[in-house]
Design a protein around this ligand. Structure first.
Ligand SMILES: *[C@@H]1O[C@H](CO)[C@@H](O)[C@H](O)[C@H]1NC(C)=O
Ligand SMILES: *[C@@H]1O[C@H](CO)[C@@H](O)[C@H](O)[C@H]1NC(C)=O
Ligand SMILES: *[C@@H]1O[C@H](CO)[C@@H](O)[C@H](O)[C@H]1NC(C)=O
Ligand SMILES: *[C@@H]1O[C@H](CO)[C@@H](O)[C@H](O)[C@H]1NC(C)=O
Length: 759
């Protein structure tokens, strides 16, 4: 798999004191009080900094002040991979006034991981750069700044492109105005795509020098495999929300020279992990359904999922080459729905989790624990109205509550489980950060949570850490913190999140959060704005961003960068590492211990007691070995179902199939079956093999998916009778790789008979 070029993490640092009000979502589900206020639930180990350590850190701490006419917002962007280059852009909120005053955005550049900055505003001709999508980074050292130009006829917008991480910029006058940030191709920084404010789809093949309009009426686009580009457009040329549902989906495989229409009358589409997904209203007044293609749009199959009425929505939670996690909303404002997992074609779905929380701002708490294969965490809204955290260690196969952290006392509470705060809590400002895990820091998970019967909003959240991918947790820090993983997990740093107060202390741990040391990085406390380090966890430099109120009205922005490299002087050697069998339980069956999806993995990882440096050359090392198959590695084939008391699949000749199959080529299918089918992407070997005589079964086609059992919900078509307001799907990209199909309200209803056909 190609590396994502996710190095352009943009952090908008907003001055809270500059008139900004916090916008708390009133539709968020309220959390329940579980523990009356109480004191600390656990104690964690604190160590004092030695005098030498203090001196070393003092010598390796650098502070930069950003002064002058700098504005209300700072945007910070890492450029390139391991270059240490940071671009900082300051923008002011009211550029129009400042045009007259001759002001401009300021651009600063650091080449040493934030230790020092130079004002390079002259490289962008002292122009105003847009506050929203002002800076976009691409693969390699490419970066694009978008000027904040007034929309005037006959002249387009201005961008500044740099292929050398901001050393030099080229100014380009575009033949159009941008409606959105420019999108890079994920591998080739020369290929740029964007939609203009009048709905044109524009393509550049030379890093922005020349632009070509390839289509009109464009609604959205996404890169597929290779240089395949998908885009939806409105045949009438309008890009109004009420033309949703009549969009066409086109594909170009030669960068805009020729096009193929691959789907019609769609609401929205997404491309994730090799799956092209569309939502379609098949027939007039019927609920939307999902079609999936795993061959770049040549053929589509209808996903066997409950259909969604106009007031419901689908949300793709995550997906990769092997499968998709999808959330189907319940009708009504229930704040929950059902989560499904797909097979390897994205077509057949199994119910994974019911009552999956999906609240106010159409966000879920679904979290991929990227530091251990197969682990996902999310929150459900139980019937008693409480939110509880569940974790799955086998890719959504089973979900369970989490146990009590070892060092936490529960007192006389009856149910004592750890519950984790996700996106909902972050949006309600209950926690400052989401759970954090990184593929390079095997097993490490840092998250805010609390123990008790359910997630609580009154109990202040504490920081918990797991070293084994979420099986066991420990209370690590009291109260909410900002945290970051450095040196591939060898170092964890945290700064306390004080809502009103100022900070001057950074805490760090070299043993995955067991023991913490605190270092005062400044004498003059800062109003904290953000913690940043180079993306990818290899860094040992961390920058604390904030501002200090000055006597005159403008605050002074400050970056304090601390280099921990000289504190961890020793490079780790062989003795510092140990072998660790992932997913293993002590005393587990040696044959099956650690098996997930048919194989186990043994990692070489840093011992917790080792105080040393993984270094920049560190890479995760692991050994894989296949597990013996069991019945759990199989699904029941068509016409078979599990015996209710075992994993055995038994023939069900005459009963309606609980998992009706899909007709993949539109014809009745004769299948030879042993009754079992290996779970897609399961890698088990030997062990259980279906032994029964093979049978031939006719799988009838034409079993419409509408006959499939809806997941405990009726897709009530009556809502279409009074279509004063219609919910339609739009596709928004919400952060790294996450695609959300969101329902929005639009005024008019125009649904025509769908011309869509399976190819
Ligand atoms: C979860 O994260 C891992 C590690 O980044 C990634 O390989 C995997 O594809 C993700 N899973 C899904 C379903 O997106
Ligand atoms: C660091 O700052 C805190 C809070 O002001 C103070 O209590 C502590 O003594 C300081 N530590 C050192 C080593 O100066
Ligand atoms: C920290 O920054 C310095 C530059 O000041 C750089 O030489 C060093 O490689 C950085 N260390 C890490 C681990 O990122
Ligand atoms: C399955 O469950 C039903 C009722 O729960 C029971 O009557 C039946 O005997 C069970 N079947 C098997 C094969 O155990």
């Amino acid at each position: 798999m190609a590396r994502r070029f996710g190095l352009g993490v943009v952090l908008a640092l907003l001055v809270v004191s500059c008139g900004g009000t916090r916008d708390v979502d009133r539709r968020t589900v309220t959390l329940h009080r579980t523990r009356p206020g109480g004191g600390p639930a656990f104690t964690s180990c604190r160590l004092a900094l030695t005098r030498t350590e203090h001196e070393i850190l003092d010598d390796n701490t650098h502070e930069t002040g950003f002064n002058g006419d700098d504005g209300s917002s700072f945007t910070l962007t890492w450029v390139g991979d391991g270059t240490g280059v940071i671009l900082v852009l300051s923008t002011i909120s009211a550029p129009i006034d400042s045009y007259l005053e001759g002001g401009s955005s300021r651009l600063y550049r650091s080449m040493d991981y934030g230790k020092s900055f130079r004002d390079v505003s002259h490289r962008i001709s002292n122009t105003f750069i847009r506050k929203e999508f002002g800076v976009t980074t691409g693969p390699g050292n490419s970066v694009i700044l978008t000027a904040d130009t007034p929309v005037v006829d006959n002249s387009g917008g201005i961008i500044f492109t740099s292929a050398d991480a901001g050393v030099s910029f080229r100014s380009v006058r575009l033949p159009f105005h941008l409606a959105q940030p420019i999108t890079f191709h994920f591998l080739n920084p020369h290929y740029l795509v964007v939609i203009s404010i009048d709905g044109g789809l524009w393509l550049s093949l030379d890093f922005g020098v020349n632009w070509r309009k390839v289509h009109d009426g464009a609604h959205s686009f996404m890169w597929g495999a290779g240089v395949t580009l998908f885009f939806s457009y409105s045949p009438t040329g309008t890009v109004e929300a009420d033309s949703r549902g009549e969009l066409l989906l086109k594909r170009t495989e030669d960068l805009g020279l020729t096009f193929t229409t691959i789907a019609e009358e769609i609401f929205s589409f997404g491309y994730i992990g090799g799956f092209l997904i569309t939502s379609v209203m098949d027939e007039l007044w019927t609920p939307r359904v999902i079609y999936v293609s795993s061959d770049q749009g040549n053929t589509f199959n209808r996903a066997l999922l409950p259909s969604a009425s106009t007031e419901q929505f689908y949300s793709i939670l995550d997906g990769d080459e092997d499968m998709i996690f999808i959330h189907v909303d319940n009708p009504g404002d229930t704040f929950f729905g059902t989560m499904y997992t797909s097979d390897d074609r994205g077509v057949l779905y199994s119910k994974s989790l019911e009552r999956h929380l999906f609240g106010g701002q159409r966000k879920s708490d679904f979290t991929n624990i990227t530091s251990l294969r197969g682990v996902y965490l999310t929150n459900k809204l139980d019937e008693d109205g409480r939110i509880r955290t569940v974790i799955s260690f086998n890719r959504g196969g089973q979900w369970r509550l989490m146990g009590k952290p070892d060092n936490v006392e529960c007192g006389d509470v009856q149910h004592c489980n750890l519950h984790i705060h996700g996106e909902h809590s972050r949006q309600s400002h209950i926690v400052p950060m989401l759970p954090l895990s990184e593929p390079s820091a095997i097993g490490l998970v840092i998250a805010h949570g609390g123990v008790g019967d359910s997630l609580s909003s009154t109990q202040h959240p504490d920081v918990f850490i797991s070293s084994d991918g979420g099986y066991k947790w420990r209370g690590a820090l009291e109260g909410p913190h900002h945290y970051s993983i450095l040196d591939s997990g060898g170092l964890v740093v945290a700064v306390e999140a004080k809502r009103e107060g100022q900070v001057k202390t950074i805490k760090f741990s070299t043993d995955e959060g067991r023991c913490w040391k605190a270092y005062n990085f400044t004498e003059h406390p800062l109003f904290f704005a953000g913690l940043t380090s180079e993306p990818g966890t290899k860094a040992m430099n961390i920058s604390v961003w904030g501002y200090r109120p000055e006597d005159d009205e403008q605050p002074m922005w400050v970056a304090v960068t601390i280099d921990f490299k000289s504190l961890l002087t020793r490079q780790c050697d062989d003795q510092d590492y140990e072998e660790w069998l992932a997913h293993s339980t002590p005393g587990g069956d040696p044959e099956r211990n650690g098996c997930v999806m048919g194989y186990k993995e043994t990692y070489r990882r840093l011992k917790r007691s080792s105080v040393c440096r993984n270094g920049r050359d560190y890479g995760v090392r692991k050994k894989q070995s296949p597990c013996l198959c069991t019945r759990e590695d199989y699904r029941c084939d068509y016409g078979y179902r599990r015996r209710n008391d075992s994993a055995e699949c038994v023939r069900q000749p005459n009963t309606a199939d609980p998992n009706p199959e899909v007709c993949l080529n539109g014809e009745d299918e004769e299948i030879q079956t042993f009754g079992y089918r290996k779970v897609p992407s399961d890698k088990c070997e030997g062990g259980f093999t279906p032994r029964r005589m093979s049978e031939t079964i006719i799988r009838p086609c034409g079993a419409k998916a509408s006959e499939a059992p809806p997941a405990g919900q009726s897709s009530s078509e009556t809502h279409f009778d009074t279509p004063r307001e219609k919910m339609v799907l739009i596709l928004v990209s919400a952060g790294a790789g996450l695609i959300v199909l969101v329902a929005i309200v639009s005024a008019a209803l125009t649904v025509r008979r769908v011309l869509y056909r399976n190819r």
